[in-house]
Design a protein around this ligand. Structure first.
Ligand code: FPP
Length: 255
């Protein structure tokens, strides 16, 4: 029996779900496309941003659920490079969420040894947003537990192009030889370096797309989709995804 963590009380409902999970086969890295906030809100006659707010609260819940079973890295797609095209008010609202989330949650995240990280370009993100995130990164940088990684101002094609350009520069300047370029070397030029590739991708809201998210890193990941919108995705659903992951045999192209 694994040492299920202190986040939950001793006899929580979560424990019953956790008992059905094989503690020997926990995905190290789970990536999540938190989709459907807008639709969740609209279905309830609320403004779209109410969905984002509810979605933000869910980040905490799923972080706890992931940490409780020993997931090492949880990458949450919070804002894509394409999301800048949304109405200004919505973008501003999303950019202010870290200013609410981190001050509210940082003490508990620290108490549970969580490390905050960000994958994405800092340039273009408002200074106040970056400050809130950077403060959280700095405050948790000596922690050794779950990595809660926000993909923010992130896009996979741009990431790969940047990687190719930087790698080419290093080959042209003679810093590395062309013969040394292999998959591990290319990975080291990506924004996610040195995180491991995701073992499992979860996408909510019924969309069956990758949407420019970690396209190199997801090459061998198990994909799990649900019709549920992100704000209604609970610990129970997270553990269902983990159980489904455990039923699948990963072959990496072999037999
Ligand atoms: C996609 O749903 C969701 C987003 C673009 C934002 C996700 C961000 C959060 C859940 C909060 C992150 C928290 C922090 C602290 C940064 P959508 O709006 O595209 O949904 P729709 O497809 O129904 O319109």
């Amino acid at each position: 029996m694994m040492p299920f963590k202190k986040w939950f009380g001793s006899k929580s409902q979560n424990e019953e779900w956790i008992e059905r999970i094989d503690s020997e086969n926990i995905p190290s890295h789970v990536a999540v496309i938190m989709d459907g906030n807008g639709r969740w809100a609209q279905k309830r006659g609320l403004p779209r941003v109410a969905g984002h707010h509810s979605g933000m609260k869910n980040v905490k819940k799923i972080t706890m659920a992931a940490d409780a079973i020993g997931v090492k890295v949880l990458t949450m797609y919070a804002f894509s490079t394409e999301n800048w095209k949304r109405p200004r008010e919505e973008v501003e609202y999303l950019m202010k969420l870290p200013l609410e989330f981190f001050p509210k949650e940082i003490d508990e995240l620290i108490a549970n040894n969580v490390q905050i990280r960000m994958t994405g370009w800092h340039e273009g993100v408002p200074d106040y947003t970056m400050k809130a995130i950077q403060d959280a990164i700095d405050q948790t940088k000596h922690n050794t537990g779950l990595i809660l990684n926000f993909a923010l101002n992130y896009g996979s094609r741009r990431e790969m192009l940047q990687g190719v350009k930087r790698l080419t520069e290093d080959v042209v300047s003679g810093k590395i030889s062309l013969d040394a370029v292999d998959e591990a070397m290319f990975s080291s030029y990506l924004l996610t370096h040195p995180l491991p590739d995701p073992d499992l991708l979860i996408r909510t809201s019924g969309e069956l797309r990758i949407s420019n998210f970690l396209m190199w890193q997801l090459a061998y990941s198990e994909l799990w989709f649900t019709e549920l919108c992100w704000p209604e995705f609970t610990e129970k659903h997270f553990y269902e995804a983990i159980q489904e992951y455990q039923r699948r045999a990963r072959r990496y192209g072999g037999l």
